[in-house]
Design a protein around this ligand. Sequence first.
Ligand code: GTP
Ligand code: MG
Length: 348
Amino acid sequence: ACFSLGVMVTMNQRLEADTLMLVADEFGFKIEFSDADVEEAAADDVEDLAEDLLPRAAVVTVMGHVDHGKTSLLDYIRKTNVIAGESGGITQHIGAYNVKLESGQRITFLDTPGHEAFTAMRARGAQITDIAIIVVAADDDVMPQTKEAIAHAQAAGVPMIIAINKVDKAGANPDKIREQLSAMNVLVEEWGGNVQAQEISAKFGNNVDLLLEKVLLQAEMLELKSNPNKQASGVVIEAALDKGRGYVATMLVQNGTLKVGDYVLAGKNHGKVKAMLDERGKAMESAGPSIPVTILGLDGAPTAGDKFRVFADEKEAKTIANKREQLQREQSIRTKKHLTLDEIGRRI
Ligand code: GTP
Ligand code: MG
C-alpha cells in the first residue's frame, strides 16, 4: 500500500501519522491516535479523592518583552522575601523560585526570557503556570513579545495580571500602555475591563506589594489544590550537564512529593534522585506540589518541558526510557537528509 502511495519504506520502519492514516484508509480502517504520555498522566491522576487534595502555592510565570523588567521584578521580590535573608549561599540562576511572603503565603515564580528567540520557552512557561504576570515597561510600548506573551497566556487559558513597570522613569506613560492593551482587547480593571493591572517600579520596589496582593487574590479565586501524599509527577524546567555534579535537572513538582532516593523517569531519561537542591543550592529531602527543585542523579539531560514521574519499580522506568530513546533515535535518523557512513554503520 505504501509503495502504491509513492512512499518507499522497509518492513520495520515506523510511519508518520499522515501516512498511517492513508494506509489504513486503503484497507477501510480509521486510526485513533493516543499519546503515551497523556495516558500515563491520566492513569496517574484518576485516584485523587477530594479529601486528599490540599491547597498548594500558585505557580506564577513572569513574561514580557526583552528588558521590560521581569528579572528586576523577581530580584526585588526575592530580596524582600523572608527566606532570602536566611541564606548566605550564592543564588544559582534557574529561573524558578519559591518565595515565602511576609504574610507566610508562598508563591512559585518562573522567570522567562523576553528575547524573541525564546518563543518555545515562553509557551512552556505559560502552559505550566496558574497565573501569568505580563510586564510592560511604561517608557516603551506594547511590543511584539508583549503581544506574544499575552497570546501564550490566552492560548493556555491562564489569567493575566499586567505589571506596568518603570513608572519611575521620566518618559513613563502608563495610560498609553493601557490604551495599547485595550486596542488588542485586553481591558484593564481601571478602564472597566476584567484584567487586573498594577503600576510598579521593579527597580525601586514601588507598589510591588500591591502587585503581589493581586496575584494572591487571583490565586485564591483559582482554589489551587493537589495531593501531596503520593509519588511525585511534574515537569522539567531545564537540564544540563554540570562538570562536577553530572546531569542536573530543574523540575517543578506538580503532584505528590518528590524525595531523595525516588526513582524518576523524565522524558527519555531516568535515574535515582541522589540529591535535591533548592534554588540557592541548599540540600532538600523532599519537595511537594508547586515546589521547584534541582535534582542530581539522572542518566542524561531531559528536554525542557518533558514530564517527569516517580516509579516504584526501577525496571519499568528504565523500559519506558529506553523505548522513548529508541523512538527518538529513529525519528532523528528519519528526518536527517544525509546519512554519514559512520551512522549507517551504527544502525547495523
Ligand atoms: P530579559 O530577561 O532580557 O527579557 O529582560 P528583563 O525583562 O528581565 O529585564 P531586566 O529586569 O533585566 O531589566 C532591564 C533593565 O531595565 C535593567 O537595566 C533594569 O535595571 C531596568 N529596569 C527594570 N525595571 C525598572 C524600573 O522599574 N525602573 C527603572 N528605572 N529601570 C528598570
Ligand atoms: Mg530577565
